[in-house]
Design a protein around this ligand. Structure first.
Ligand code: PEP
Ligand code: MG
Length: 910
């Protein structure tokens, strides 16, 4: 195929010596890795020189075959190698001054595991001697050679195990030698051993492939280039593309780059550095290096790495208790030891951060007094550092307000909102089991098995098979909660998150014996009173006491939240059941309450009795008497919450859970209740049995309670309206929004609405005063979402209860899903837990249908979400795109949702 002069296209792009033919916008042609290397070269960063063969060549290879393509690019590749030789001052294949290269694949997106890298290419029996002399390190030269044959043999020559039962053919040879020499580690091989290995490896190649191992560096190079192209159509690459929907036409680029070595003597070294402190966010350049070492030596921990800056070195010495004399002599900083190289590195770090507009994590190598930057990427950081870096960068003018907000990973803010384990203490911790990270934070305390014993110790951890609403008080007292059963929306998880309390749930490995008061894990028995620690952010369960520290909300955190308000259009409310929670949420910037679960109020000691009397009463009169006892308490609750919310809207949900959750199951409590009510123990037992349900979650709960016992709704509506009127008298505004749970049909809503409005009117008449209030409903049953247009005719607002909506759409019981969801996720049947991250594909459709059908009859219908998803960033973005007015989440997630809301608005603009 002939090309005319105009048609000649570039197939090989060079980079190095602070220049490049390509740039970062050319990812499709150069692959991600190639484009980034070019970009660094272009902005004057000394990356080891090299070149990229384009993805187009891969496509041509697939069409025209090997010979045609090699012929097409030979000239360009030879020129590019010469360019590397000039920059490096060495020669490919030269015996005295050899240039070695690496060969890597690089598609436009990263495809992990598609093809392994070949390092040290260019070695043969002669070159290895030159390398040994040049480096003054014979062992290093021979070790590089045996690694090269191994990698090349595997990747290019197909030296794989013969069957799945076999081991790697090279490993087999090494194992045999170790056995013969009676050694265990690779590092114990002598130079002669390494030479023997090289010989044996080459013999093995010849035996298996019928050909000698290629000794000519150019043959080696073309072999590797072709292997990279072939890897694009390997089974695993095809499978990976299919899984991710990447087309086969993309092809892969090939990156060939000079090898540089940090272990070539005292004028060489290697290190890792960060443009800012990844732990605290402080704007100080920092990092570690080692002289005469390879990259893995810095992380291996066998030698003590030295600090890059003098400031870092002084700080390190203070912590490590190293005297200044010792430090200056044995652990000097790079700044002190090699000031010229340090200054150069310092210049590059500034340049790279400015260029990538974010904190950079860089790797570098010095070979014979020359500095090379091997890699740069946006650095990982803690939550605190994330906030500080974003706000500092904004103030420094490095990034814009929108960029600062988008730089925040919302869920990482969690770390700033809960106590955390002391990092040093955590290093020594013994993790005994793993559960779900149900509610973040760190907790350490003594084991108690019963909620009413949580106050037996100053710090306790409540360990339960599962929790129930009866445990509420104990959960509040305990420092943390650990359960063997239950998922991310189990009672324990939901309540703990609401309280901002650390919780690990669903730890199946725990065997709890309430009678013996023991917790057994892997045969080890822990007694009541033993110390245990929980990491609610990772789900780790740790033996013994681990020190914790209180998080500090720094000034930047507040500034960041203020900034988010400038861009967020969708509001953030909170789910709060008490004035205390409400106040926390207001402090975090909640713009209202999206859900008050009134049932949680009935579990306090003085109330549960009246509640039980109400449930057990056989007559309307009996029920009303008990409800009259509850009324003043409920009213007081609402007054407290309304007051805490300072005139912001408060959505109060009517009683929702199945009644049997309130009845006493223990004989002792049943007996005392019978006495209080002047009925027989038998009568109590019969009633308890009557209330038992097969499927409580689908049973007598939600609005079904208010329909069968309208007097409950009456009492609650009265308490809400009276509370609002009482505050009005005190000059405090209250904005109640009364919410009916678990509606499936419009008739259910109409029934409850009538009871609420009649009650309100009655109270208004009695008090000769009125307040504004709304009556709306939760949409948490699929039927309600589908018939939302009918419901919106009557309802003042919708709030999507996506916990129940997920339960009923998937048909997964919220309380039992913990038994199979982990397996589902492990087997890839589900990508994530749908109770945590809204299933946009399925449940999300119902949310969209419900919203648009509702707004088709009431265009301004207020729509929100109050399921646990209201605090999950990706779900928040979905809610924004659905056009919701607000999301509502537990108090401690409010800042997360506020950032997510701002980000959703910014992304929609872009
Ligand atoms: C829901 O179902 O999403 C909800 C908020 O209500 P609850 O979790 O109390 O059932
Ligand atoms: Mg619900």
């Amino acid at each position: 195929m002939m090309e005319t002069a105009q048609e000649v296209k570039t197939r090989v792009y060079k980079f190095g010596n602070k220049t490049a033919d390509g740039n970062s916008t050319m990812k499709n042609l150069l692959g991600g890795k190639g484009a980034n290397l070019a970009e660094m070269g272009l902005i004057g960063i000394p990356v080891p020189p090299g070149f990229t063969i384009t993805t187009d060549v891969c496509t041509e290879y697939n069409q025209l075959g090997q010979d045609a393509v090699i012929a097409m690019i030979t000239q360009e590749v030879e020129d590019a190698i010469e360019n590397i030789e000039q920059i490096m001052g060495s020669k490919f294949g030269d015996k005295e001054n050899p240039l070695l290269v690496s060969v890597r694949s690089g598609a436009r997106v990263s495809m992990p595991g598609m093809m392994d890298t070949v390092l040290n290419l260019g070695l043969n029996d002669d070159v290895v001697i030159g390398l040994a002399e040049k480096s003054g390190n014979e062992r290093f030269a021979w070790d590089s050679y045996r690694r090269f044959i191994q990698m090349y043999g595997d990747v290019v020559l197909g030296m794989k195990p013969e069957s799945k039962e076999d081991i790697d053919p090279f490993e087999e040879i090494m194992e045999a030698l170790k056995h013969k020499r009676n050694i265990e580690l690779d590092t114990e091989f002598t130079i002669q051993d390494l030479k023997d290995l090289v010989y044996d490896f080459k013999e093995a190649v010849k035996k298996r492939t019928g050909h000698n191992f290629p000794t000519n560096p150019w043959d080696q190079l073309w072999g590797a280039v072709v292997a990279v192209f072939n890897s694009w159509n390997s089974d695993r690459a095809i499978y990976y593309r299919k899984m991710n929907g990447y087309p086969g036409e993309w092809g892969t680029a090939v990156n060939v780059q000079a090898m540089v070595y940090g272990n070539m003597g005292l004028n060489s070294g290697t290190g890792v550095c960060f443009t800012r402190d990844a732990g605290t966010g402080e704007n100080v350049f920092n990092g570690e290096y080692l002289i005469n070492a390879q990259g893995e030596d810095v992380v291996a921990g066998t030698r003590t790495p030295q600090q890059i800056t003098k400031l870092g070195s002084l700080r390190w010495a203070e912590l490590a208790k190293v005297e200044e004399e010792d430090r200056a002599e044995n652990y000097p900083s790079l700044e002190e030891l090699m000031p010229t190289i340090y200054n150069e590195l310092n210049e590059y770090q500034k340049k790279l951060e400015l260029h990538y507009r974010d904190m950079q994590d860089m790797e570098f190598t010095m070979q014979d007094g020359k500095l090379w930057i091997l890699q740069t990427r946006n650095g990982k950081r803690t939550g605190a550092a994330m906030v500080k870096i974003a706000m500092d960068s904004l103030k420094e003018g490095l990034i814009s307000e929108k960029e600062a907000l988008l730089q925040i990973e919302p869920s990482k803010l969690d770390e700033l909102l809960h106590p955390v384990f002391d990092a040093k203490a955590l290093k020594r911790a013994n993790v005994i089991a793993q559960g779900l990270p149900a509610s973040p934070g760190a907790a350490t305390g003594k084991i108690v098995f019963f909620a009413d014993e949580a106050d037996h110790y100053k710090s306790s951890i409540l360990v339960r098979i599962e929790t129930s609403p009866e445990d509420l008080e104990g959960m509040n007292i305990a420092k943390g909660i650990l359960t063997a059963r239950g998922g991310m929306t189990s009672h324990a998880a939901v309540v703990a998150r609401g309280m901002g309390k650390c919780c690990v749930s669903g730890a199946g490995a725990l065997k709890i014996d309430y009678k013996k008061r023991t917790l057994t894990v892997d045969g080890v028995v822990y007694q009541e009173g033993d110390w245990i620690s929980l990491n609610g952010s990772t789900g780790n369960i740790i033996e013994g006491k681990v020190a914790t520290s209180e998080p500090e909300l720094s000034g930047e955190f507040a500034e960041l939240m203020e900034l988010s308000d400038k861009y967020a259009t969708m509001q953030v409310r909170t789910n709060a059941d008490s004035p205390k929670d409400a106040k926390v949420a207001v402090k975090f910037g909640a713009q209202g309450i999206g859900l008050t679960r009134t049932e949680h109020m009935f579990f306090e000691v003085d109330r549960i009795k009246a509640m039980r009397e109400m449930i057990l009463a056989d007559t309307l009169k009996g029920r009303k008497e008990a409800l009259n006892e509850l009324l003043p308490m409920q009213r007081e609750d609402f007054e407290g919450i309304f007051e805490a919310m300072e005139g912001l809207p408060v959505t109060v949900r009517l009683l929702d859970p199945p009644l049997h959750e309130f009845v006493p199951h223990q004989l002792e409590t049943q007996r005392s209740l019978a006495e209080d009510m002047h009925i027989s123990l038998e009568a109590v037992k019969i009633k308890v049995a009557e209330l038992e349900e097969f499927n409580p979650m689908l049973g007598h709960r939600g609005c079904r309670l208010g329909i069968t016992y309208p007097e409950i709704t009456e009492m609650q509506a009265r308490a809400i309206i009276e509370a609002a009127l009482n505050l009005k008298e005190k000059g405090i505004e209250a904005k109640p929004e009364i919410m009916v749970p678990l509606i499936g049909t419009i008739a259910e809503f109409e029934h409850q609405e009538a009871v609420i409005r009649a009650t309100a009117n009655k109270v208004f008449e009695e008090r000769n005063d009125t307040v504004e209030y709304l009556v709306g409903t939760m949409i948490e049953i699929p039927r309600a979402a589908i018939t939302a247009n009918l419901i919106a005719e009557k309802a003042d607002f919708f709030s999507f209860g996506t916990n129940d909506l997920t339960q009923m759409t998937f048909g997964y019981s919220r309380d039992d899903a913990g038994k199979f969801l982990p397996t589902y996720i492990e087997k890839g049947i589900l990508k994530v837990d749908p109770f945590e991250v809204l299933d946009q594909e399925g449940v999300g459709q119902l949310v969209q249908i419900g919203t648009s059908k509702g707004r088709s009859v009431k265009s301004k219908l207020k729509v929100g979400i109050c399921g646990e998803h209201g605090g999950d960033p990706s779900s928040v973005e979905f809610c924004y795109n659905t056009g919701m007015n607000y999301v509502s989440c537990s108090p401690y997630r409010v800042p997360i949702a506020r950032i997510a809301s701002a980000q959703a608005a910014i992304k929609a603009q872009q």
